[in-house]
Design a protein around this ligand. Structure first.
Ligand SMILES: NC(=O)c1ccc[n+]([C@@H]2O[C@H](COP(=O)([O-])OP(=O)(O)OC[C@H]3O[C@@H](n4cnc5c(N)ncnc54)[C@H](O)[C@@H]3O)[C@@H](O)[C@H]2O)c1
Length: 430
């Protein structure tokens, strides 16, 4: 039986380790985080993801997923640790990858496979990971196989996509790609495409950059539409009738651990060439500020405002790089009395700029309500109750996902991102 030592039991590592365990592999799951240890030692999945609890319980009960704080010798090592952005330089912080590589260094044996799953700048497997592994005295690509197998899953659908998506096995050598591809056939039903490690790294960041640039275009359309007095939602709906056009939805920005981060890896790799990519990042990063300026058209500080949603997108509990969180921070800075509400976020979550309140408390006497995340819960609010609770009937919908007619029926003044006048502009060409 293959033994896998998997470093990093987060959004990617925990589902992946559980899948391998249920596919019959012996998995040693490693994570130094006391929070992860505490939760997993009581059998609880440390992240909120549909069906994950059932999978983790089955994997632990099968005896094939063991959780510990330090790695052990294994046939294959998988590294799924964070690769955040250094906020001061906008460069990838590879310290977690480097540390994980050093952690397994003394355990490496001839014939081992080391897979880097973390998303990294192109060249990292070859130029950062392999040289560290070579300190073991074993030569990467000859004595040990080294590969990059990036993850393409969508939070909220991780388990389905882990199994069904096509994925990449990018080897330091073709033989390394084969070894990695063979490992993942244990549970992957999609096609496993073999390539070299640097191409695999480039492909992964290109995919997320493609999304970011297209969202930036939609956001820019929204800003232009506001400026010239067009309803961008109607314009996009009509444009998308063109057989080769598919404009995405504008919103309060782009967040999460991937799409808001990975494009910077390309900007860093080729700053003079990555002009569109850099500008797209800047457009998306400017959206929270824009939402706050739209809020200022409705009410002035220190008015109490209810901000609905904190996560970076709907139906997840993840607040990393969340544009909604950024809106909240800016609103607090401007002096609003901010009340946050998000049914997906655990009450003990750290780093929020204002109290996280139950819906009724957040809404009570609020002078404006701002929809920042289009969670289903917010689309099915009891509007009669909302009407009674709020202090003033002003709503700003940054996703165009509220049922406007229903809100207007209760005499709410509904503003939407991408529609309506902004900054005092009163007509086209003003
Ligand atoms: N979350 C996603 O949807 C997603 C999708 C595709 C790719 N990725 C990439 O996968 C990687 C992991 O992302 P994530 O969302 O799972 O991160 P995460 O923060 O949820 O989990 C990473 C875990 O690694 C642990 N860790 C840190 N250093 C370690 C070490 N030396 N040994 C063992 N564990 C260690 C941390 O304690 C943490 O629990 C990142 O590079 C990310 O860009 C994430």
């Amino acid at each position: 039986m293959t033994t896998i030592c998997l470093l990093g039991l987060g959004y990617i590592g925990l589902p992946t380790g559980s899948m391998f365990a249920l596919a019959g592999k012996d998995v040693i799951g490693v994570d130094p985080s006391p929070r992860v240890q505490t939760q997993l030692s009581s059998g609880l999945a440390s992240i909120d993801e549909p069906e994950l609890q059932t999978l983790v319980t089955a994997a632990i009960n099968s005896g094939r997923l063991r959780v510990q704080t330090r790695p052990e010798p294994a046939d294959a090592f998988i590294i799924a640790v964070p690769t955040p952005l250094d906020p001061t330089t906008n460069k990838a912080d590879l310290s977690f990858v480097e540390q994980a590589a050093r952690d397994i260094l003394p355990l490496l044996r001839r014939g081992n496979l080391v897979v880097l799953e973390s998303t990294v700048p192109p060249g990292t497997t070859r130029d950062v990971l392999a040289p560290i592994l070579a300190e073991s005295g074993l030569q990467p690509g000859i004595d040990i196989c080294v590969a990059h197998c990036p993850e393409r899953v969508l939070p909220g659908r991780i388990l389905v996509e882990l199994e069904q998506n096509d994925r990449l096995a990018g080897g330091l050598t073709p033989a390394c790609a084969d070894r990695a591809a063979e490992l993942y056939t244990a549970f992957v039903k999609g096609t496993i495409m073999r390539t070299d490690a640097t191409t695999a790294e480039m492909v992964k960041v290109m995919e997320n950059t493609f999304r970011d640039v297209n969202v930036a275009l939609a956001n820019e359309f929204a800003l232009i539409a506001e400026r010239i007095g067009v309803d961008v939602w109607e314009a996009i709906r009509l444009a998308n009738h063109h057989p080769r056009v598919n404009v995405l939805r504008p919103g309060p920005g782009v967040g999460g651990h991937c799409i808001a981060v990975d494009p910077w890896f390309l900007v860093d790799a080729a700053p003079h060439q990555a002009r569109l990519i850099r500008t797209s990042r800047e457009v998306n990063d400017s959206m929270p500020e824009h939402v706050v300026s739209r809020l200022a058209e409705l009410v002035s500080p220190p008015a109490p405002v209810a901000l609905l949603g904190v996560t970076y997108k709907a139906e997840v509990d993840d607040i990393r790089e969340s544009p909604a969180l950024r809106v909240a921070e800016l609103a607090v800075e401007r002096g609003y009395a901010v009340r946050l509400c998000d049914p997906h976020v655990k009450p003990d979550v750290r780093g929020l700029p204002a109290p996280l309140l139950p819906l009724e408390q957040a809404l009570r006497d609020a002078e404006a309500v701002v929809l920042l995340v289009d969670h289903r819960d917010f689309q099915s609010l009891d509007l009669d109750l909302v009407s009674v609770l709020v202090g003033s009937k002003r709503v700003l919908d940054s996703h165009n996902s509220l049922d406007r007619a229903e809100w207007q029926k209760r005499v709410f003044d509904v503003s939407r991102l991408g529609a309506g006048m902004s900054s005092g502009v009163s007509r086209v060409n003003a």
